[in-house]
Design a protein around this ligand. Structure first.
Ligand SMILES: [Zn+2]
Length: 87
């Protein structure tokens, strides 16, 4: 019989008690907008067969959030996407 202690299953993390009222609220970077509601959006990058690990064209989705008011995406979510400052 295997008596080794079970490793915790991935995805079953202990809930962390955090007071979200003390956490910073992400706001739209547009100072005229200042909106706090964001819509889940996806940027899709097309990898050419030359750079794709599989050697075939691949579509790579990047999940970001865009401002529900003006549509702007916070710069921090665009890091590495090549779209910094464009949307
Ligand atoms: Zn906005």
């Amino acid at each position: 019989m295997n008596m080794k202690p079970m490793k915790p299953m991935p995805g079953q993390q202990q809930p962390v008690k955090v007071d979200l009222s003390q956490a910073e609220t992400l706001r739209c970077e547009d100072t005229n907008c200042n909106n706090v509601l964001f819509i889940s959006s996806t940027i899709i990058k097309r990898l050419s067969p030359l750079v794709s690990p599989t050697g075939e064209e691949a579509l790579v989705p990047i999940d970001v959030y865009s401002c529900g008011n003006c549509g702007k995406v916070p710069k921090t979510m665009l890091k590495g996407s090549g779209l910094e400052g464009q949307i």
